[in-house]
Structure formats: structure tokens, C-alpha cells
Ligand binder design. Structure first.
Ligand code: CP3
Length: 351
């Protein structure tokens, strides 16, 4: 059987693979009992900033679930540690910024430093993961897309629809532009350093971009996203992930990612038509299906696979992160089912 990394990278290149590669967003934390046991002893940031423990957690799902990719155990907020932004991860709330960034002075004071200085623990963790896994699984580096990082900075914490962010874009587009330019520079350095440390691909998480109307996305967000993607693509494939963003997908594709990860709201075939056959696609089973009895989960997974019909260029994933109450046994069976679905056909040249 082909090693997971080869299977994953074949799909990312639209080449035939012996089976569909599969991994899950948020697979490292949340539902695994081994992870929960570690969390009894350590806080999230303690784990993420300790390179050895971080390697252990990153590799767990490969060992326990059999997935074809390991997602580095980190968080989208970590680059802020180098920018002089004071934040905490509050239990059951998520990231909370001490002073939300809304003024020109605050944006001017954001520091842009080298990634190795901002997050020194991360790169040894990626190298350690690479060494531990060999070619057993691909290593997925990640960061936020500039918009979603700005969401936390401006709003101060997670929100249903980010009104302060949407209002700032409209009332002070220049300040917004300056903020996104700074974040794009920080993220480029952060992700390039992950590539150099041994990540096979990087995924940009733009979890909250769906709150925007299309015109705002195209004018005030897409140019920064495109600039970031252009910096990364010479080094490794870039996957762009977002949710509730069917109305944005054609504009997303125009920013140039190699692959697009879609949520469960659009049928996969339809999403693939919108982003274009030259991009690989990732997704898109509803994470809630994992909570259902096995036959229901199985049917949902088969529906996704049938949409693809063995076309090369598909990486199986959920439409968003693993829900914390998911049973790891269900995830393990899901990985088996995806692998047993069979090989992809040879690639037809993209027209
Ligand atoms: O869920 C998504 O939309 C993915 C993008 C994203 C991540 N972190 C990636 C991640 C987002 C939006 C965040 C912000 C964040 N950080 C939240 C969500 C809060 C909200 O507004 O909904 C939370 C809870 C954190 C803090 C955090 N990050 C914890 C406590 C953990 C450990 C795992 C867990 O949930 O117990 C993380 C890890 C994390 N965040 C990973 C990723 C890709 C690492 C990989 C993994 O968990 O498998």
C-alpha cells in the first residue's frame, strides 16, 4: 500500500492514487482520549509551545486513526505572540484579545518579526513530526488567512457575524488595508518558515469569511489573500478552507490556491465545478454525521465519494473541524471506508 504522504501529494497534484487520502481538521485535539488525558495535566498553550509534546499530539491521529496527514498541533492565534498582542485562550470561549485592535495607533504598533523569533517552538515540532512519521503521512502546516486573524484582532473574540469587523472595513478602508497588509506579511513569514521546517502543504483557515458580502470580499480581502498565496505557492501546495462561503467560491478560486476545502453546505461536485477542475478539492462530509449511528455515517461518506466518482484530485475531509463529542472509533471506521473505496482513475488533463 502506498504511504500516506505519497497518496496525499498525488491527490494534490491531480495524479492517480491507490486510494483517496483522508484526514480531519481538528483531528489532533478535541475528541481523542489520549489527548484529553494530556490536557488534564497541561493547558492548550503549554502543549502547543512544548515542541516534544506537540509532536506527540500531532502524530496521535496518524497512529490511532490511520489518517494520511498530520496537522501540526498549534493554533491560528500563535503568530500574535510575536506581534505584541496580548491574548489568552479561555476555556469554552476560545481566543480573547485583551485590547481589540481598532485604532490607527494600535495597527501601527503591531510588530512584524521573523517567525523563528515569534514562535520558536513550532519549527522544531514540525521537524520532529517529519522525522517521526517519515512518509507515513503528509505534514499539513497551517495558519489563519489574513481576514480570519483580523476577525479576532478587531472583534476581540469569536462572534456570530463580526459586526465590528464589517463596520471597520466600511468606515475606515485604509486602516483595514493597513491591518491586512501587516497580517499578510506576518503570515507569509510564518508559513514560509513552516515549509522550510518540512511541511508538505499549508492550509489557510478562513473560517469566518462567509460573513462578508461578495463585493467586500473581492475589494478588501481577496487582494491580500492572493498576495499571500503567491508568496507560498513557489514552495508548496496551498489549500484554502472556509465555511458558509458558497457565494464567494468563484472569487476565492481567482486568488489562486492549489486546492480548496469546502464545507458541507454545497454538494462537492457543484463546489468543484465552481472552483474549477485545475484545483484539487477537499471535503466535505458534515461533521455532525460522525455523531450519527455507523450506517448513517457510512451512507453520508459514500455520498461524498460518489460525487467524486474516482476522479483524481480529491482529499477526503469533514466540512469543518471534528466535533469534540465525536467517537474516535467512528472516525477510525470512516478512514477505513475511504481507503477501501478504491483507487482514483488516471488524471485527465485539465482543459
Ligand atoms: O475550527 C476552525 O474553524 C479552524 C480554524 C481555527 C483554529 N483555531 C485551528 C486550530 C480557528 C477559528 C481557531 C481559533 C480557536 N483557537 C478556537 C475556536 C474558537 C471559535 O471562535 O470558535 C479555539 C477554541 C482555539 C484554541 C484552541 N486551538 C484549542 C483549545 C486547541 C486544542 C484542540 C481543542 O480544540 O481542544 C486548538 C488547536 C487547533 N486550532 C488546531 C487547529 C488546526 C490544531 C490541530 C487540532 O486540534 O487537530
Amino acid at each position: 500500500m502506498t504511504a500516506g504522504a505519497e497518496r496525499f501529494l498525488a491527490a494534490a497534484r491531480h495524479q492517480a492514487a491507490d486510494a483517496t487520502p483522508v484526514w480531519f481538521m481538528r483531528q489532533a485535539g478535541r475528541s481523542l482520549p489520549q489527548y484529553r488525558a494530556l490536557r488534564e495535566r497541561f493547558g492548550f498553550l503549554e502543549l502547543a509551545t512544548n515542541s516534544d509534546l506537540s509532536v506527540d499530539v500531532t502524530c496521535l491521529p496518524v497512529e490511532v486513526l490511520g489518517v494520511d496527514a498530520a496537522v501540526v498541533f498549534a493554533d491560528i492565534m500563535l503568530p500574535l505572540q510575536g506581534m505584541g498582542v496580548d491574548f489568552e485562550i479561555r476555556e469554552n470561549v476560545g481566543p480573547v484579545i485583551a485590547q481589540p485592535i481598532r485604532s490607527e495607533r494600535q495597527v501601527r504598533e503591531l510588530r512584524v518579526v521573523e517567525a523563528e523569533e515569534a514562535t520558536p517552538y513550532l519549527f522544531p515540532a514540525i521537524r520532529g513530526t517529519r522525522e517521526r512519521l517519515g512518509r507515513r503521512a503528509a505534514v499539513v502546516g497551517f495558519g489563519a488567512a489574513p481576514f480570519t486573524l483580523a476577525c479576532y484582532l478587531v472583534e476581540g473574540q469569536g462572534s456570530r457575524d463580526y459586526p465590528h469587523v464589517r463596520s471597520l472595513i466600511r468606515s475606515d478602508p485604509q486602516l483595514w488595508d493597513r491591518l491586512l497588509t501587516t497580517l499578510t506579511e506576518v503570515l507569509a513569514r510564518y508559513l514560509i518558515a513552516q515549509a522550510k521546517a518540512g511541511a508538505d502543504v499549508v492550509q489557510l483557515f478562513d473560517s469566518w469569511v462567509g460573513v462578508l458580502d461578495r463585493g467586500t470580499f473581492v475589494r478588501h480581502v481577496a487582494p491580500h489573500l492572493q498576495a499571500l498565496i503567491e508568496r507560498l505557492r513557489p514552495m508548496l501546495p496551498v489549500i484554502y478552507f472556509s465555511t458558509s462561503s458558497g457565494h464567494l467560491l468563484s472569487a476565492v478560486a481567482a486568488t489562486g490556491p492549489d486546492g480548496v476545502s469546502v464545507d458541507w453546505r454545497l454538494p462537492l461536485r457543484e463546489a468543484w465545478e465552481i472552483v474549477g477542475p485545475q484545483r484539487f478539492i477537499q471535503g466535505n462530509l458534515d461533521p455532525a454525521a460522525v455523531l450519527a449511528p455507523w450506517p448513517v455515517l457510512e451512507e453520508g461518506a459514500r455520498e461524498v465519494l460518489q460525487q467524486v466518482d474516482h476522479r483524481p484530485g480529491h482529499i477526503f475531509n469533514l466540512g469543518h473541524g471534528v466535533l469534540p463529542e465525536s467517537d474516535p472509533d467512528q472516525l477510525r471506521r470512516l478512514v477505513e471506508l475511504v481507503h477501501e473505496w478504491g483507487p482514483s482513475r488516471d488524471a485527465v488533463p485539465a482543459s
